[in-house]
Design a protein around this ligand. Structure first.
Ligand SMILES: [Fe+2]
Length: 518
């Protein structure tokens, strides 16, 4: 989704939701009435808040720089002249004006009015594989400390990326987990949904029960300060990103997180980008989830149709893509007693993942770690113990739940684990739609039943952990390319990450492909 697409999308939403107290501003100089009354009499310039960066559609040449101004309870006016200066060193040399936006938060008893401004600018025409310095300002007078970001290398580089989901904003857990990801020096980081937990579960207007919009300020301080101001941060949505703001509840998410969005998906939060020979597709499982039905069917099947066309494109000869990684929140496969598997997604997307040989699906939602054996047609094709090599083209898709990003862990599994976690003698469960229906079909209802799919779980542990994924590029078409996934567990207690130095490797698997061949 381009900035103009986003602007148009939000304009349409706000015309339809005139009851909202706030308004969103996008584009320099844009102004919409309802915000202005909160600014009268205020002249101070808001302090510069946390910063975060993210790739544009072309990670080799485009980078978004975002930052917040003030806080929910700050009561500051819009930044008078938000801007970024950047260059190859800290003398910068280039300056760009940013746009500012607010999230239209309704009144919530006991919560501060939302006064945070989110500022962003898209830097384009950057050189590939280059580290840039940048600094931001709300007024062109006071500037933030210098920071750096790095664009994607051209061609098919070796690189690393990291991933986890389910963070929240704890200084004892989410902060060190973000710092752990940054310490691995990834090219980018994926968040598998459930970021700030500003909502206790997905909320729709007019239900604001438990809504804590200021939680986003805390989250962005935690991830911005520890990682995202230099590591491009690319989140998918979970149900906790559905806020009582607009039709689908995503106005806050897209206002806070600039990143590639593909409006052809029928969703404002779905998108894809490629880095080297890897394509990353962020999906919205809320569209299909049988367990989290708040946004069921809202794209009318458009997201799945777009997914199929995207997968077809990536698997076409000459696409330059070897590995396809999908990131979403709910788990197609989970043997944890909290939540369990979600066949709402699995039944619809699983066959597409099979058909187009999706290599890796990263999810969260279940606050623990679990990797499946490679799966095809809802069955494991082999047993992949830690250290295994998997050939996705022949063996199928590996599904990893990486929900140990900082929120409280879910410690009980179906069966026994031998890792000290709890076990249940009950049969593994799955959420699915009754009568063979899907969220798009709209008949039937979600039910929690015994799962007929068995034997999928390869490794599982209820720990805080981060995926470190190393991609080794092929020497040429026809040569081998690998994606090695290591699961890193920092020192921890039941409720805190105590050290990120020398994390233990608790699981690893290497995916192998022949480059240029689907
Ligand atoms: Fe979660």
């Amino acid at each position: 989704m381009t900035a103009q697409d986003m602007h148009d999308f939000l304009r349409r939403r706000y015309r339809r939701r005139s009851v909202l107290r706030g308004a969103v501003l996008l584009g320099a100089g844009a102004a919409i009435g309802p915000v202005l009354w909160r600014q009268s009499g205020l002249t101070d310039v808001a302090p510069i808040g946390p910063r975060w960066v993210s790739f544009g559609q072309d990670p080799a040449s485009q980078m978004w720089v975002s930052w917040s101004s003030g806080t929910a309870s700050g009561g500051y006016p819009a930044p008078p002249a938000p801007q970024v200066r950047w260059g190859l060193d800290s003398s910068y040399g280039s300056t760009a004006q940013a746009s500012s936006a607010q999230v239209p938060v309704p009144a919530v008893a006991g919560e501060p009015a939302e006064n945070t401004y989110y500022n962003r600018v898209s830097l384009t025409g950057l050189a590939p594989g280059t580290t840039y310095h940048y600094s931001v300002s709300n007024d062109g007078v006071s500037w933030s400390p210098d920071r750096v970001f790095t664009t994607a290398a051209a061609g098919k580089p070796d690189f690393r990326f990291t991933a986890f989901g389910d963070e929240a904003a704890s200084s004892a857990r989410a902060a060190p987990m973000a710092a752990l990801a940054a310490s691995l020096k990834p090219a980018f980081h994926l968040v598998a949904g459930d970021l700030a937990y500003a909502t206790p579960h997905g909320l729709r207007i007019p239900d604001v029960t438990g809504f804590q919009p200021a939680q986003w300020d805390r989250y962005l301080r935690v991830v911005g300060g520890n990682a995202a101001m230099s590591v491009p941060w690319h989140p998918a949505v979970g149900a906790h990103e559905v806020e009582p703001l607009d039709d689908n509840g995503y106005a806050g998410f897209i206002t806070r997180f600039a990143q590639p969005y593909n409006s052809a998906s029928g969703s404002p939060v779905v998108g894809a980008f490629s880095y080297g020979n890897v394509a990353v597709i962020r999906l919205d499982g809320n569209d299909l989830s049988a367990q989290e039905p708040i946004n069921n069917g809202y794209t009318g099947g458009a997201q799945t149709a777009w997914l199929q066309s995207a997968l077809e494109g990536y698997r076409a000869q000459g696409s330059g893509i070897d590995f396809i990684v999908v990131v979403c929140n709910c788990c197609c496969y989970s043997s944890n007693t909290v939540h369990g598997s979600d066949a709402g997604l699995r039944d619809v997307w699983g066959p597409l993942f099979d058909q187009y040989q999706v290599d890796l699906v990263i999810s969260g939602h279940v606050h623990a770690y679990e990797r499946t054996n490679p799966m095809r047609a809802f069955e494991p094709t082999m047993e992949a113990a830690p250290g295994s090599t998997v050939r996705p083209a022949a063996d199928g898709t590996t599904y990893i739940c990486a929900g140990g990003g900082g929120n409280g862990l879910y410690r009980t599994w179906y069966g026994s684990t031998g890792s000290g976690d709890g076990g249940s003698t009950a049969a593994p469960r799955v959420w699915q739609w009754s009568g063979g229906a899907t969220a798009v079909g709209g008949i039937g209802k979600p039910v929690d039943v015994v799962d007929k799919v068995r034997g999928y779980s390869a490794v599982r542990r209820a720990v805080f952990c981060c995926l470190a994924i190393d991609v080794s590029a092929p020497a040429a078409a026809g040569h081998q390319t690998t994606m090695t996934i290591r699961t890193l567990m920092p020192a921890q207690t039941a409720s805190a990450v105590t050290s990120i130095a020398d994390p233990a490797v608790i699981d690893s698997v290497t995916l192998v492909r022949t480059a240029g061949q689907a």
